[in-house]
Design a protein around this ligand. Structure first.
Ligand SMILES: Cc1cc2nc3c(=O)[nH]c(=O)nc-3n(C[C@H](O)[C@H](O)[C@H](O)COP(=O)(O)OP(=O)(O)OC[C@H]3O[C@@H](n4cnc5c(N)ncnc54)[C@H](O)[C@@H]3O)c2cc1C
Length: 382
């Protein structure tokens, strides 16, 4: 089977790795000169379907599959000699206020059910595990199932799988400008226009909706996020064993900021993060930095002495209902949509790849049986 994958972010790369592993001949079209320069470059790295406050409800039934697919991809990378560091201790979801403690120990904990080893850590236990956190915290929900990683390491390893497969060709700097059934028109770096035919075409263009039919196009609403990298000049060891998240009380800003920290092995910490629906541009703002650093100082008082070594912004590929789009439209089955992963594209890329393989008939894990993934279908917007 000859498949085109449009988009070289983490989602397109993971799909290409899975399809080529299962025998398809894949061509990846990426508009930019490199892989992973879109939303993937901005991601912090939490594998967080249980704790994500925005689309948790939609993803709840899928969490088992999400983690299974993630660990299968990690194992494949390791078997190819491409292991990368993972924060395996899990997520600590910290309560900073009595209201948050009541929410996390009550309805929130109940909504996670009994399938996961989630447990409440009273204040003393939380501080014993992460001593740099504020002594003013109420306690924390420990979610051991949620790992974290550096998304660029994952992408690098997946790209290695692609090159090893011998079944993937790559067209960097080539933008697909038009799709008609299974024919595509692409414009290369030198302006050369090519028209090619594929058996199936996968659209994994993140928040770029230009190739989508109009009702689907208007369902995409990018949500900007800002993040930064911090380092304690006095330490070269990882500053946390867990990744750490906290809801922040309203600050008067409309950036909807949470405090989120993911430690990297070099001793730095990636910190975020804002959710900005009304600002479609990609730059770091004074208010964004103010909100993020304010949240981080509240969670980790000693962070006020840390160095800020980088700051960036990206646009999450969100849909109007928050859920991703994975599937086909009736009557146009040559095209598979795999986009709109919002703030969880790194988390969802391995499962999306397995779903696309099943849609193409290349595998039969039984994921699609029983309609469990119907809520992700593009038909809901069509
Ligand atoms: C600040 C921030 C923090 C985040 N943190 C996390 C996190 O902790 N965990 C998590 O799971 N997710 C996180 N995310 C979300 C995650 O980054 C995205 O969901 C994910 O990167 C989407 O990947 P993608 O491959 O779909 O899109 P992209 O990475 O945007 O890739 C799409 C690619 O398609 C290419 N393209 C577009 N149109 C065309 C065309 N016509 N022809 C050819 N190529 C085309 C683009 O150039 C781009 O490279 C975060 C996002 C932000 C902004």
């Amino acid at each position: 089977m000859k498949v085109a994958v449009i988009g070289g972010g983490i989602v397109g790369a993971a799909i290409s790795a899975e399809l080529s592993r299962l025998g398809a001949t894949v061509t990846i079209f990426e508009a930019e000169a490199q892989f992973g320069t879109g939303a993937t470059a901005a991601a912090i790295g939490g594998i967080s379907p249980l704790s994500d406050d925005f689309i948790r409800a939609q993803l709840a039934p899928m969490c088992g599959d999400i983690f299974d697919a993630f660990w299968r991809l990690v194992q494949r990378c390791a078997e190819a000699g491409q292991a990368f560091p993972i924060v395996e201790e899990g997520l600590m979801y910290v309560a900073l206020t009595p209201d948050d403690e009541a929410r996390l120990t009550g309805p929130y904990r109940e909504s996670l059910g009994d399938r996961f080893a989630v447990r409440w850590l009273p204040k003393g236990e939380a501080l014993a595990l992460e001593p740099t956190l504020t002594p003013a915290l109420m306690g924390a929900l420990l979610i051991p199932e949620e790992p974290a990683l550096d998304p660029s390491s994952l992408l690098r390893s997946v790209l290695h799988l692609l090159s090893e497969s011998g079944k993937v060709s790559v067209r960097l700097g080539t933008r697909v400008s038009e799709l008609v059934d299974n024919m595509m028109t692409a414009v290369g770096r030198d302006g050369e226009v090519t028209v090619e035919e594929f058996d199936r075409i996968v659209i994994a263009t993140g928040n770029d909706a230009a190739l989508l039919p109009s009702p689907l196009r208007t369902s995409m609403v990018p949500v900007k996020g800002q993040a930064l990298r911090l380092a304690d000049p006095g330490s070269s060891h990882p500053l946390f064993a867990h990744h750490v998240y906290a809801h922040l009380p309203a600050s008067g800003s409309d950036l909807n900021t949470s405090a989120y920290l993911v430690p990297r092995t070099d001793g730095s910490v990636v910190a975020g993060v804002t959710y900005e629906e009304q600002f479609p541009h990609d730059f770091v703002t004074v208010e964004g930095l103010h909100e993020i650093t304010g949240g981080i100082r509240r969670l980790v008082p000693s962070a006020r002495h840390w160095a800020m070594t980088a700051a960036w912004a990206g646009r999450r590929p969100a849909t109007v209902d928050g859920g991703p789009i994975v599937g086909v439209l009736p009557g146009a089955e040559a095209v598979i949509y795999a986009m709109g992963h919002f703030g969880l594209g790194v988390t969802l890329a391995p499962l999306t790849a397995e779903l696309v393989a099943e849609i193409l008939g290349l595998s039969d894990r039984g994921l699609m049986a029983g309609g469990g993934y119907d809520p992700l279908s593009p038909e809901r917007f069509h």
